[in-house]
Design a protein around this ligand. Sequence first.
Ligand code: PEP
Ligand code: MG
Length: 561
Amino acid sequence: MENASQSTIKGTGVVSGVAFAEAVWVRPRPDLPTSGTPIAEDEAAAEFDRFNEAVLTVSGRLETRAAGAEGNAAEVLNATAGMVKDRGWHKAVRKNINAGNNAEYAVVGATDKFIAMFEAAGGVMAERTTDLKDVRDRVIAQLRGEPEPGLPAVEGEAVLFADDLAPADTATLDGTHIKALVTELGGPTSHTAIIARQLDIPCIVAVGAKLRDIEPGTKVFVDGSLGTVTLGADPATSEAAVAEYRERAAKVAQWTGPAQTKDGHRFQLLANVADGNAARVAADTQAEGIGLYRTEMSFLSATEEPTVDEQARIYGKVFAAFPQSKVVVRTLDAGSDKPISYATMETEENPALGVRGLRIARDNESLLTRQLDAIAKAAAERDENAPTWVMAPMVATSSEAKWFADLCRERNLTAGAMIEVPAAALMADTIMPYLDFVSIGTNDLTQYTMAADRLSPQLAYLTDPWQPAVLRLIQHTCVVGRDNNVAVGVCGEAAADPMLAGVLVGLGVNSLSCAATAVAGVGAQLSELTLEQCQKIADIAVNSVGASEAREAVREYIANI
Ligand code: PEP
Ligand code: MG
């Protein structure tokens, strides 16, 4: 309950947890020149040298920070340094300088060109424009002799506010000082969200321009699961909430499998991965295997289809991280926000509703069969008892399910389908007879059920997996799964939310697959609920009138257990 002096603004919570600390803003970006100081023809070479010097300083600084960082942080910093040194971008800058512009203005023009290209490509590429702008701003600040934009040095504890964070900033975030992240822009799949999830820092994105009204130094209470930033919160209550959260986090860190409810009802707890590196990280958690290997993530920048042998090598790296355990490989989910140049249509009016997922193989079956051959080849190298399951994305009809399952079985692969199109959930009784298992993709199932773009910050209130409409489709799928003796898993982001995971188990889901960092939180929460309590919260959520109401009612029920 808010008191009169409290006010709350809301965004999309992407990592749960609470924090109570002063707001600090990421150091401002330089004002961009809107016109250039013209230079004479004979000054162009010296101007380009000045640009090169700035490039060397900025990339050198990033590389030094990379050398002092580890793992993903080092990779991101090196990747940003690589962008600063990108030849194509330098060429565009040189062209602008040769046309009579000073270096600062030439940098802006060259970057705009690349931003337009990335935005035209859409989806994941468009989200990467933040990286381009970051590189531009660092070089412009250096050209002007201004301090490097980005993270401030923080002493004590702080909540970091930003318009959107660049990868180079998020990579070096220090969780001992930064207790939460709040951004004006961004979305659930933006860099900010990905890194916050990895660091397990409470995070809210897409708050909008009202975030700017909060003065730096203001003490704010941030709740990552509600997506709220509260000003004027009562210090004693806020501090108690933070202490409780930390106690809980310590308990979660202690949790060990096997995944089961308080009364011993087993379910599988698996990890979502994109490549061999991520699979190795997942192997260090309590995940029992991999419930979603997004194969397309390895090929986003490939211009040609890798051969069967090359693909088998790539898949083999993921299998190697879980030599004895179940690995669910998803065939290429290319298209929409994950364009792959050799697999997807060049332009589509409405790519999320277009030729994506399994649909790309309708006119190009050999693309799919080559991938299945490669998966079978890599699987043949595994321990003979290690289950390798294969599933197709975006299955909508029983004939698609049959077609895919037949191709899998010809290769001795266990066949499944994602349930992420509402039609597939509604027609599950006609689809399941062909399959060994299904896995519900709540990200797309929510997008298509609510008719709301999953990447849109404005529609985040609709693309909330707590939407009862989505839960009812999951409930129906579970009932049909039981009738057909077909295992039903969930591998969308819903499985990463501990309370919602309880709802899913209560609905009858047999396995949950989530980001590696979410595994312990989900396992710990479920170990505190009996199956009957899970069924009760499932009933509460399914019968709520909306997503917020469902979340609140379940939270209240759990708090009163
Ligand atoms: C989903 O849609 O829920 C899913 C797991 O697949 P992706 O997020 O890769 O589309
Ligand atoms: Mg999907």
